[in-house]
Structure formats: C-alpha cells, structure tokens
Design a protein around this ligand. Sequence first.
Ligand code: NAG
Length: 998
Amino acid sequence: MRWLVSASALSALTIASQIAHTSSAYVVPPGSPGFYHGNSSAAVTFDQYSLFLDNKRLFVFSGEFHPWRLPTGQAGWRDVFQKMKAAGYNAASVYHHWALSEGKRGELDFNYYRSHTDVYEVAKEVGILIIVRPGAETYGGGYPGWLTNDPAKARTNQTGHTDAWTPFIEAVSKFVEPYQYPDGPVIAIQSENEFWESTSSDPGRSEYMQLIENTYRANGLTKIPITHNDQTNTRGTYAPGSGLGEVDLYTWDSYPNGFDCSNPTAWSGLDTQLDADHQRIDPELLWASGEFGSGAFDPWGGSGYDQCYILTNEQYTNNNYAGETHYQNLYMTFGGTNWGNLAEPTVYTSYDYAAPIREDRTLSPKYYELKLQAGFLHASPDFLLATRVGSGTVGSGTAYSDNAKVYTTVLKSQSGVSFYVVRQTSNSYTTPVSFSLRVNTTGGEITVPQYGGNITLEGRESQILVSEYPFGNHTLTYSTAEVFTQTTIGGVDYLVLYAQVGHSIEAVIPATAVPQVTGSGSIKATSTNGSVVITGSTSGISRVVFSGATVIVADKETALSLWNIRLPSSNNTLYDVTPDAPSVLVSGPYLVRNASITGSTLELYGDINATTALGVIAPSSVNSVSWNGESVQVQNVAPGVFNGTLEFGTKVSLPGLKEAEWYCANSLPEIDPAFNDSDWVTANKTSTVRPYQPQGGKYVLYADEYGYHQARGHFTGSSATGVNLTVQGGYNFGYSVWINSQFLGSSQGTNQYTTSIDITTETWSFNTTHLNEGDNVLTVVVDQTGLEEDYGGDDTFKTPRGVRGYTLLGGGDFDYWKLQGNLGGEDFPDKVRGPLNEGGLFVERQGAHLPGFPVTSTSGWNASTAASSCTPYDGITSAGIRAYRTTFELSLPEGSDVPVALQFERTPSSSYRSLFYINGWQFGRFNSRDGPQTSFPLPEGILNPRGSNELLVTLWSLDAAGAKIADLELANTALLESSKEVIVGGTVESPGYSQLRD
Ligand SMILES: *[C@@H]1O[C@H](CO)[C@@H](O)[C@H](O)[C@H]1NC(C)=O
C-alpha cells in the first residue's frame, strides 16, 4: 500500500530525487519523501553523523515527558520545558495517550491536558523540539478499555484493529501537521514502539506498521521523518532498507541497568559493542537512541525511587557518546504521576522514574550532571563529526592509558579534534584509579599530565577529555579536566573546565600573553613555551584571563551550579544551542530559566532554594543585573563580570490535617441485602472473544466487557455451602467478598519481581446463618491495578479484570449478576478529568470527591465529634470501606514554588488500601501492606496553593480487624523562590459536584 502526496510535496520530491545520494548503503524507505541530507530539500534531514535543521548540525539531546502525567496544562509543561532547556535539552519526546483521548469509541477528545496544540505551543515558545509518539507506556499500553472487547488482534493489520486506531492516528496527524519543523517544533514522529516484523507464524505486523506510516503521510506528515524505537536494542528492526514497514530514522532502545531498584549497585557491564552494532546494521544510519534508560520504574512493594537513582545514574550516557550516538532520548526526564488510574500493574501512582526532574518537579543530582554533559555536547560541534580511531585498555584493544583498569575510546574529527572517553573497565569497580593518557596534538602525541600528578577516575565515573579543542578563536591543546561549555561573550572566548573537588588538573592553550589568575587560589597559570599552562587542584571557581580568552576552572560541585543560558538572538532560532547562539554564564542559583538583556540590564529569571552567591559573565555592555524582576546589588569585578547575593527569605507553614474538620461515610452500602442494584448492569454475556476464557460460571463477569469493575451476584435459596471464586486484577490487586453483609475474606496479589500473582482462586465457605431462603447476595469488590500493556503483541492487555470465574458450591447457581463501576462507564460525565479518573466505589459514584460536594446535607455523611470519631486516624474496626472528607486552606507565598505532598504513614502489618482525591482529581492509591509509596505530590493547579482545597480519602480494610491510617499530613518537599508561572485562579479549570452530579 502506498500513500498519496499532495502536488506540492510531490514536486519537492521530484527535485530532491535528482540530487545524487551521498551514500550507497542508505536506502530511502519506499513511500518516504527522503530525509537523507543531500538527498532531500526537507527542513529536517540527517546523515550518518547527525540531524540537521536548516542545514545546521545538532546533537539531539532529548528527554521523555508525558504531558498527561502532569495534567495542569501549559503552566506545568512550561515549567518542565524551561527546566529541560536550562539543562541543555533541546528536544522532548512526548507520548499522546489514546485511552485518555477516546474513552468511548468514536468520541475523540483532545481538550485540556489531552491537547496536542498546547504542548507544541509551549515547546515552540521555550525552544524545545518535539518528537511525537502516539501511544503510551501506561494503563493498557495506552489502549482504551473498549479495545479489549475487540476480537481483532491488536498491533496487526487485521481490519478490525485498523478500523479502531485509524481515527486516533488521523487526528494526531492533523494536530501535528501544522507544527512540523520549521513551522513548529515537531522534528519526528514514531509509528510504533518496541515492535517487530511479521513472521510466518506472526503475520500482519509489518503490514500494520506500514499502514500507520501511510496514514501519517496521507494526513500531511510529509516534512518530518518517521521513527521506530527498536526494543532489541540494536538489531536494526525497521531500519531503512529492511523492507515493509521500514522507517526513515531508525532508533534503538536501551536500559543497560534494567529496573531492579532493590539491587541498586548491581550494574551491568560496560557495553563496548555499541559502535560495532552501528557498523553492522548500517554505517550510514544516524546512530540514534529513541529511549535510553535514565531511570527505572518501581513496582508495588518495591524499594522506592531513591534506590532507582542509585541503579541508574548519568554515567551510562557517556558510553552512548563513545558509541557515536548523536541523538538520544532519555526515558524519563520528567516522569510525573500515574494519577487517575493511569498506572499499569507493574508500577504504582508515582512515575517519578528516578528521572532527572523528580515527580515534584524538583531537580535531582542527575539533572545537574546531565547539564554538564549536554553543555559539552552542544559546545563541541566537532564531536558530531568525530569517529572512533581506537578503543581498549592496556593489553586489550588500543591502549591510551597506562592503567589496565581504564577503558578508553578515542574519537577524532577530520579537523583534528580528539575526544577521549575514559571509564573503568568494569562497572563493578567502585574505588578510584589514577592514570596518565596519551593524547594527540598538532605537536605530536604526548602523555598527560606533563607537569606532575595523575588523572583520577572515581569508581563508576566516566569522563570525556579533549585535545586540540577549539573555543572561539582559541584552541585548547589538551586538558585533564572536562569541558562544560565554551562561549564567546563580549568578544572574550570563555572555556569552562571542571574536575572532581580537589583533583589535580592540567590544561594547555597556545598564547603568548602572561595569564592573570583570580579566584580560589588553588589554580596556577604560567606562560611556558608559548602556551598558557594551567595547573593546580580544583576548589571553587578560578578565572584564568589572557589575550581575549578566559578559562574558568571549577570544582565539579561548583560546576553543577553553572548555567550557560542562551540570549534571544535574531540570528539564531530559539532551538539553537550551538556556541554561535549568544549566551551568558551564571553561577550559583538552583535554576536559571531565562536570560535577556534590556538596555544595559541583564535580566535573569529562575529559582533559588537558599541565600545564593550569584556570579554573572555577560557582555561588557551590561552594567546592572536583575533577578526575577528585582534589581540585584552587584560588584562589577571585571568588564561584564559581576558578583552579588540573592537573598532567600521565604517561609511556609501548612495546615495540620489532624486538626481539620472531618466528615465520613460508609462507602460500601452495597453489602446490605436491601441495597437496590436494579439500575446496575446485568452481566448477561455467556461467551467472550478474548483469548482469556472464563474459569467457571455461566456468565462472563469481566469488568471491561461491561465497562465496570465491581460485581454483585444474586442467587436463591439456602442450600449453598460456599463459593469458589477466581478473581484477576493485575499484580498487587486485592479483593474482598461478602455474603449478605457477612465478611467472608480478602485476597491480594504480589508484584512481578516476587511471586507475580495477578489472579487468585479461593473457596469461601458460607455459614448457614449467613443465608436466607429467598434472595442471597454475594458482593465482590475488586481493587485492580490497571490493564496490562501489550508488550509482546499477544493481546495481553485483554487480560480480564474482575471475576474471572465462579462456582456456587453445594448445589444451585447464581440466578444473575449485577456489575457496577465508574459512574456511566464509557459515558463518564467528567469530560475534563477524562475517562480514567473516577473509579467504582460508592462515594466515587456519588461524587463525594468533587469540589462542592454537599457533605453536610447528604445522608450518610457525618461530622466527626468527640463522642463519635469520624477521621481516618481512628479508622474502622471491621472489614469494609469508609470515606473521609475535609477541606483545608493554603496561602503559600507569592513568588514561591512550594511542592506539596500528601504523606501517609504505612502500617505494613495492616492490609488496607486508600485512594484519595484532591479537588476532584484522583492523585494517589496507597497500599499499606505493600507500599512503598507514602508521599504523593499534589501539583500546583490541581492543588490550589492560595485558596481552598477539598480532600477525599477512602479507607478499605481487607482485614476483618479493620484499619486506620497511622498518620496523614501535608508536607512541602521543597521550598523555592521562583519565577515559575502562577496558574490564574489557583487551579486548572475543572467542573465540580453541581456540574457533574446534581
Ligand atoms: C495482513 O498481512 C498478511 C501478511 O502478513 C496478509 O496475508 C493479509 O492479507 C493482511 N490482511 C489485511 C486485512 O490486509
């Protein structure tokens, strides 16, 4: 099947095809407009070295970010994009979530946090390029619940499946079309993720891949390359030339340290084959990673994300650079939250992912480390053209160091710039090693350091050292310190070097002038044999000034607080982060978001978390500095160089929830035999087309067959002796069962790393006193942990949720079953918060989570009094579900960013589960037995930082003994003075009780 192009695109293609292809090996995919540089007139092109935008090479330093995991709309997304930009990211890869956008088949909705346009507009404003990926790694793999009922096999070319996805993919294409570079920020679109080709036993895969690509092209996506992210890392799946379904831009997927955060120091070995893989698949490919693990998810019962930060730090990315990877997307860069049932069963509410930007939007140490890497990559255009000239260690491969524990990869550009990626030969080595290095210079090969001392690598550390490295009009002959950045400011060429605190360094720059050194005093510089020779050990910041150049030497701790912020410029696009885009250097603040010069004032915007020493290097035309709009007292210590202090004075106090006024209500009236379930759906299906068949019982009770996840079965007569139930709800699911108000018991699953229980079968015996002659009611309440993904393409996402099978024991059968779930099922009322936010508990159906719920006038809701406690701290004394509601006021200071979290105290011996809603948004599911999550960030805009907030917390005791929440309080996880945008009105626009239930 071929796609059609419009006449204008066709003529562009005709012109392009007359240009000889630069490569014999690279095959333009059939149907593709062709994006190979020199073979295409497209604005986005690439060759084996790099992507080009407008004919200019760039390193794509991208971060994965899912806007819908931060449902605050543009204000929150701007914050994340600004933080990415400040760290040197020039791109973001975004998933667009099908299930959230099509809760009911045929009713597409891209409003609010589902908007594409709003994401692209903010990215365009901030200067972040976008890689679009329709799909999602989340509930159902992003597939809508209704798709689980489709008999067609997903991720194949079966007609039923094509019919299902086509409206969504067409809609995505239409949103992207006007934002294709250069009109907008979108530089690529992915067709499928972590996919594979058709085989004789698994047909229709490549055909389906091609159908998606055809749909993109037919809907105007003719200006950007289509990508695939190869789960086999580097097998070349769907690479150009591979046949049907092949894409324009092949990318590989890699998580070198895996995901087991409970073993955080078990690092995988050094991958020395990355470059060889490139050569093997096709040397003409741009070597690009569509997903590279910069973090890990954590399961229910896991060890928590702090452990994942140890498992996955930034050192592995240097190995990518050694492998000539020039396009890299770090998954995740901001993970966000699996709010509103977005999780799939292998992960809990937090999708922090141990990402550079944490779930509460604060900056992790990894963020600052990556800033140093991105700064270097953008400052080094020669790096994009450097190829490997040797790699290895003493006794193996090509030795460049004199220490057998140091593995060196040497890359060299045709222009003579060399890059030495050094790391220990094994990632299990944790002690420092010292070495000297042979480097290539125009004066021949020399061993450095020349003037005494050694280069030192800490355990698991990796460094990139350079020789014959140009900066402005100068050249660094070599340095044993790493380069953060280079930029020319006010005619002075700046080079910023750094090394671990106290490490000795040596750098040589040809110049005849006598250097002047200011700063910490630990660095010396001499004029020796026609060069400036810088030696010493790093401590704070030193400046070495000579003939039109300044070399800044910083210890690494200090370097982490350095910012190289681009200034707006008519000669450069906003996306341009190369050294020819003008910039300023700033030291000190927690974050610098923006810099611009108005008149003679340098205006800086950003965040501080303490009183901060500010250092600024700006063009000499600048004579004053402002911070977040306020002028800063600065000392002008040299032309364009300023020092000052940013005073921090913000204090915050949060209301205590224990002192708050609480109301409570029973959230399980359904176990009362008299409860009227006549308006519930009758489960009347006796067969299912799913690959997963029932395990007993006349009726199919799967929740998604009816859109629900709660079941109530009726049978007549007192002869039954018990029931055999099989319930499936995903890893760490739980369920409880009652016969006529009598609690029978509960059962729970476990996680994927232990006993992997997502389904259990139990026999529950009835006591004759439980039963009536007439109608008897069995009530099963299931807490499911989300639909599976479809990782293996075997329709795993259709795995049932709810009662998988049942048998009434002792004779007779259930007469009928009634099912219930979120109010309205696929006709959910809340079109703002979307199809997944609400669950099926009684109080959720009632709307008690919604702002404005009339707690004082709704029957069943009682105020807590001294005589009769009604707070989660006292809880319940038997199995069941109770809901608690309170309101609280916040008055967080203006000009601040105060991330607030709701914090639970776990009682692991107690099997209870809570979910909570803040202002109508379900922002957490807490599992006291399994954990590990106890702190649940409440993003600004969902939480009102300056106004009233409404909180609903449920408490479901799976134990007969009941349960209580040992502690539940608000806490701020950071305190920043910030220029971050404030959401007008305090919260995002969303409906309340009167709109949705009244
Ligand atoms: C799907 O692809 C297979 C080949 O793998 C082909 O035989 C079949 O006809 C295709 N189905 C449709 C509906 O196009």
